[in-house]
Design a protein. Sequence first.
Length: 530
Amino acid sequence: MSDCKKLLVIGLDGFDPVVGASLMQEGKLPNLERLDGSAHRFRLDPGFEKYTGLAWEHFSSGLTPQEASRWSAIAIDAQRYLPDQPTTRCAPFTEKLHARTAVFDTPYFDLAQTRSAQGMTSWGSHDPGVSQCSVPSGLAEEIVSRFGEYPASEFIYAHVWPNAELAAEMGRAMIAAVNLRSDITSWLFGERLEDWDLAITVISEYHSATEALWHGWDETHPLHGVGSAAAAREGLVGVYQAADAMLGRMIDEFHDASVLAFTPHGMGRNKADVAAMLLLPELIYRHCTGKIGFDADPSWEMDGTGSSDLLGTSDWSRVVNQRLRVEQAPAARPRWRFQAPPPQPRPHLEECVIDWMPAARYRAAWPGMEAYAMPAYYHGLVRINLKGREVCGVTPLRRYRSTLDQIADVIQSCRDPSTGDPIEVEIEHRLEDDPRDRHPTDVDLIVRFQKDYYAFEHKELGLIGPAPCRRPGGHTGGDGVGYYLIRQHRGGDLGTFRTLDLSNAVAALIGNGSAVGGLAEALRRASLSG
């Protein structure tokens, strides 16, 4: 048994275990293969919490969505019909530990709310969840002075599939970003902040590369035949290999620490962007107003490939939003029969910070609609325009359920115009709580699309779309995976645990004064306590 007293946690943000297994079979990920053969292996079940899109907030805070009162990255100010994407307001789970903690670029880890941690956040995270912060206060400037700025900032949320040269450039930039991340992490944890018990870092380039370049990997994707697919595959594989090299470097350099590497869930084909960001908002707009807000370009294809005019742009939002002509609907007078809890304050909010998304462009019409589709990243989110909750609510409480059913029927009545088949969706009615008390990050109806759709057709509301694909990849994979390496200790299969329990298990390991011990036991205890 090793006597290591330190624990190094490496998050693999956007790593897909299926892709990883395939590349290991090809001999392209030797360090992950080394972990797979010598570490304790386990699977992570993300549960329904995966659909919040807040896996890193759950890990960094140790809180469930119920405990954090946050069910989505998007919040609605119902008094102004203003969607927003606030940063986390949760303190890191490490604040409760008696452990010297160092962090680098860990998403949703709010350094401003902790006295026990040092490091830097929001250097190059895909979804940082926090404003940039460093402790000590000058550390961020020190890192930039020594290593430079993040080299792939323009590609974190890139739309590159229409252009092969741009896809290749993204791959090169992301690989360079991983390599620089490796250098900074080595220096930060090995020299600058070397006196730590717990160190946490996250490799986020998997995430950016998967969402933008997935069509190069997935041979069944409709974009797999476009000119950028070969460059996309090369870039995605290159990111996995660069991250594998970083993983090996961390294992070798920090030989006095046990290592916990994990991804919260798998990735896969995007099934939500066009449907949730555009088609669903337009469908509900047409249903509630009788007007057409989105007029598709007649040259766009049904399979998401758009048309040749897309080859010269990397701005999906501009291409789509210029086809929107949403009219403001007549608003009802505010009525205050019921008072819902006020949204969390954000004094500096002056405008819609996610106005790039087509769904947010419909907000001028929301006050006069019975229901509206919120901006969303992972699935469709629908709120009823409820009297007494929304400031200009038009739907009375007595018609809440019937309106939910009506909206669900409209959605389920749509067909895929490319096949003529009904669209495949899973609809969740949020009926367990009083809708008058719905949290600003919660909704009344959740629509999970089972396929990637680029157009809807409704017998009364007509053809909606088609629209071009935005992100080929998304958060549609299966279980996450983890590796727990204890020096000179034979590994094995630990089984499957809840992703939500991982931070509490880390806390238990550190709380015992050693990174050596039973991770499985800590996970089981965390599960029981949860």
